[in-house]
Design a protein around this ligand. Structure first.
Ligand SMILES: Cc1ncc(COP(=O)(O)O)c(C=O)c1O
Length: 382
């Protein structure tokens, strides 16, 4: 059996969050391959930010985030969807996880319910439960959460005296399944949410990682004109999670309210120096050039995994058009233990009707992914 590739020397416990056990082909976590992390680009970007801004780069930053970054991100959102968006819609965050925590405490109160997809990002659910919120899955059909069922669920909750704080959805390149919710379904879900006064938190961590020439539906937040829908974006999956940098696109009143609260008034805008380092990458095209390169790298990894699975005779999956994850039906984590491949058991993400595995193709090399596909296929046949 071929040995998996070596990790960089400093990729060790106590320094990084996840270190796969030796000799394992790791398809478990949604991490970027160390070889895809832009250390050289960020070294120059930090040096340039310190040079240009001097001491202003090391003081407390503007509460909502630095104006040039907010402006550049608003322009980007407008250019992508054609929907109006200005800097007043943008709040810089320390990544999506921090934004989820912020929203869970500001939009929700202990005991409230968060409605989510049937399978949903397990750590978002952890954040919600840490804040005393309960997650309840929305019944689904083949196209995603069912709008009529959402409406019924909201009526049932109200009848039981429960309050739904918001719906948490990952409509684009879903974690864990890779699914994209179509435009019609998005509009229908939005209509139900608006009818019931239910805010939506749209987690779009993977939206910039489309790997195929497909037309993506507009984000829910843009469709709603940022009224009642908060869209969360992050540089974690495109530049690197260690930057702890993301952004929230929301109604200006919510941005102003959050920016004026104690957390940001006390500490200033989050990750101020990193914000200043990243801004010119967006303004001058380096970020877009990196995205083109990164999509090619991820596509090669996805294709290697798909080719290994198919060559081995496993075909119970839909090829994801983007993001980090492929959902393989019919296997669980226990069944693949003897293969030396690590993947996430589907049961982690929600109450599933049948076994499934989340396979991440973002972390391992194409060669390792193809090999992992072969080994998983042999478990699948068995
Ligand atoms: C759907 C989703 N949201 C949020 C995150 C975490 O984002 P961040 O690193 O920006 O906190 C992840 C990471 O796996 C994710 O898959």
């Amino acid at each position: 059996m071929q040995a998996p590739r070596q990790l960089p020397p400093m990729w060790t416990p106590g320094i990084v969050q996840g270190v796969p056990p030796d000799g394992v082909l790791d398809l478990a976590d949604g991490y970027l391959d160390p070889e895809l992390l832009p250390t050289g680009m960020m070294a120059s970007a930090y040096a340039e930010a310190l040079d240009e801004y001097g001491p202003a780069a090391l003081t407390y930053g503007a509460n909502a985030g630095v104006a040039p970054l907010r402006g550049a991100l608003a322009e980007r959102a407008k250019a992508a969807g054609g929907y109006p968006c200005g800097p007043e819609n943008v709040l810089i965050t320390a990544g999506t996880s921090q934004a989820l925590h912020l929203l869970a405490t500001r939009l929700g109160a202990p005991g409230d319910v968060v409605l989510c997809e049937w399978a949903s990002y397990h750590l978002a659910k952890r954040i919600f439960s840490d804040c005393g919120l309960r997650t309840v899955p929305i019944p689904e059909d083949a196209e995603g959460p069912d709008p009529a069922a959402l409406s019924d669920l909201l009526l049932d909750l109200r009848a039981d005296g429960d309050r739904a704080a918001f719906a948490y959805l990952i409509p684009t390149f879903h974690n864990p399944t890779g699914r994209v919710i179509g435009g019609r379904r998005r509009a229908d879900l939005l209509e139900v949410a608006q009818d019931h006064g239910l805010p939506i938190v749209e987690d779009d961590a993977y939206a910039e990682l489309c790997l195929d020439p497909i037309d993506l539906p507009a984000p829910l937040a843009a469709m709603a004109g940022y009224d009642g829908v908060v869209r969360l974006c992050s540089f974690a999956k495109t530049l690197g999670p260690g930057l702890r940098l993301g952004w929230m696109l929301a109604d200006p009143a919510l941005v102003t309210r959050l920016a004026g609260e104690g957390l940001l008034s006390s500490g200033g805008g989050v990750n101020h120096l990193t914000s200043l380092a990243v801004t010119p990458l967006i303004q001058h095209g380096a970020y877009d050039r990196r995205l083109l390169w990164l999509r090619d790298q991820l596509k090669a990894r996805r294709d290697a995994l798909v080719s290994g699975l198919r060559a081995g005779g496993a075909d119970a999956f839909a090829v994801p058009h983007g993001g980090f994850f492929l959902w393989l039906h019919g296997l669980n984590a226990q069944a693949i233990e003897p293969t030396g491949v690590r993947a996430m058991d589907g049961a982690l993400f929600g109450p599933l009707a049948e076994p499934g595995l989340r396979l991440s193709f973002s972390f391992s090399s194409p060669t390792d992914l193809e090999e992992a596909g072969h080994r998983l296929a042999s478990a699948y046949r068995a």
